[in-house]
Design a binder for this molecule. Structure first.
Ligand code: TRP
Ligand code: SF4
Length: 367
């Protein structure tokens, strides 16, 4: 992916995160950490690395206001550990008492990924919603909805948004004027802005925690919010997290199932994939004993960092043992496999129960 042109529907990876600050005006998240009372692990560890206007969220909190959180999922495949990062952030904000709006982007999946509607709905409910519940999302302050099956004022906002942007601007942002993409992009604008409508609770700050590929949608939404004269809207804030790396070093994506771990993968399959994963190990044992491994380049370490080891002191110890050549990749993969297996076993128990309850979580419940 060229950095000049982030593509929200592409399959490429962004490696050069630093340059995003210069090219797009995304701000580094780290300087804000000291203002956040209980930062979650993805924040503490720099996985959430950038933001737009997060200060406005912190200011609102200090004034006793609760911003709304909006982040969605495009249900075009199975739920993997990359998606879990978004779920973890949603759950973090829900526990802090924020109201959550979670679009299931069926319109987007249908138009952009071109898969049949029945599959989109099946993924949305049995993969996305079920995993969110199993991961601990609760019903309070929660709105999960399908983009094509929601309340009327939301569609009116979508329609109003269409008048606030030109074809040239859309082309500059997305590099394409395919009607399906335009509709999907404007639908996402409505996703992000609608909590501010009277009908959905009224004017307030909105925060959108997303992967950095979604920034084009954020920029478009912020411009449209500024231009919407009839309704009082504030520009949404956003945070950006790094992508999860696929187990071969490429992008983790459901279209490359051998290099992604899905949350409903049978434990043996998941462990088999992890055992084959690309590490930051050296070519020979001697070299690794002498030079140490390179956890920064290691997909196994990334699993510790993003998902498996929430205790910072334990993570640091693994990091040290790798860097000092004390632990070799074989041993390390055994440790990671055990952690992953026991995490998955517990998750599968919850997932099984959650699958019976998905409709209780979706608005309107009669979808
Ligand atoms: N486009 C997002 C994706 O590809 C999904 C999405 C839809 C979304 N609406 C949203 C994300 C609103 C954040 C906010 O995964
Ligand atoms: Fe990765 Fe572990 Fe090998 Fe270090 S020892 S490079 S963390 S697999």
């Amino acid at each position: 992916m060229s950095l000049e042109h982030l593509d929200p529907w592409g399959h490429a990876m962004v490696r050069d995160y630093e340059r995003l600050f210069k090219t797009f005006g995304i701000k580094p998240f780290k300087p804000l950490l000291s203002r956040i009372r209980n930062p979650m692990h993805l924040m503490r560890r720099g996985v959430v690395f950038g933001h737009r206007d997060y200060e406005s969220v912190l200011d609102a909190l200090e004034n006793g206001d609760r911003p709304a959180i909006v982040t969605g999922f495009m249900p075009s495949g199975r739920f993997h550990f990359g998606h879990k990062m978004i779920a973890d952030q949603l759950i973090y904000y829900q526990r802090l008492g924020f109201e959550l709006f979670v679009p299931l982007a069926d319109a987007e999946a249908y138009a952009v990924r071109k898969i049949p509607r029945s599959m989109v709905v099946d993924y949305a409910l049995n993969q996305y919603v079920a995993n969110l519940i199993a991961l601990g999302l609760e019903k309070r302050h929660l709105h999960i909805y399908f983009q094509t099956n929601y309340e009327v004022p939301y569609y009116r906002l979508l329609q109003m948004s269409s008048r606030r942007v030109t074809g040239n601007e859309m082309e500059a942002i997305y590099g394409s004027l395919e009607p399906g993409k335009i509709v999907a992009a404007l639908t996402q604008v409505a996703d992000i802005l609608h909590p501010q409508l009277e009908y959905f609770g009224g004017y307030r700050h909105v925060l959108v925690p997303v992967g950095v590929d979604q920034d084009p949608h954020i920029r478009l939404t912020r411009d449209i919010a500024d231009r919407m004269s009839e309704i009082k809207l504030t520009r949404p804030a956003s945070t950006y997290h790094r992508f999860m790396t696929g187990l071969d070093g490429g992008k983790m994506s459901s279209s490359r199932p051998d290099y992604a771990i899905f949350l409903d993968d049978p434990v043996e399959d998941a462990v088999r994939k992890l055992r084959r994963a690309l590490t930051g190990g050296r070519p020979t044992v001697e070299e690794q004993r002498k030079l140490g491994g390179e956890p920064e380049k290691c997909t196994v370490y990334e699993f510790y960092l993003y998902h498996l080891v929430l205790d910072d002191a334990k993570l640091l110890e693994l990091y040290r043992r790798c860097r000092e050549g004390e632990m070799l990749c074989g041993e390390c993969k055994r440790i990671a496999s055990e952690m992953l297996a026991s995490w998955l076993r517990e998750h599968h128990r919850r997932l099984e129960k959650a699958r019976d309850r998905v409709l209780e979580y979706v608005e309107p419940p009669s979808f």
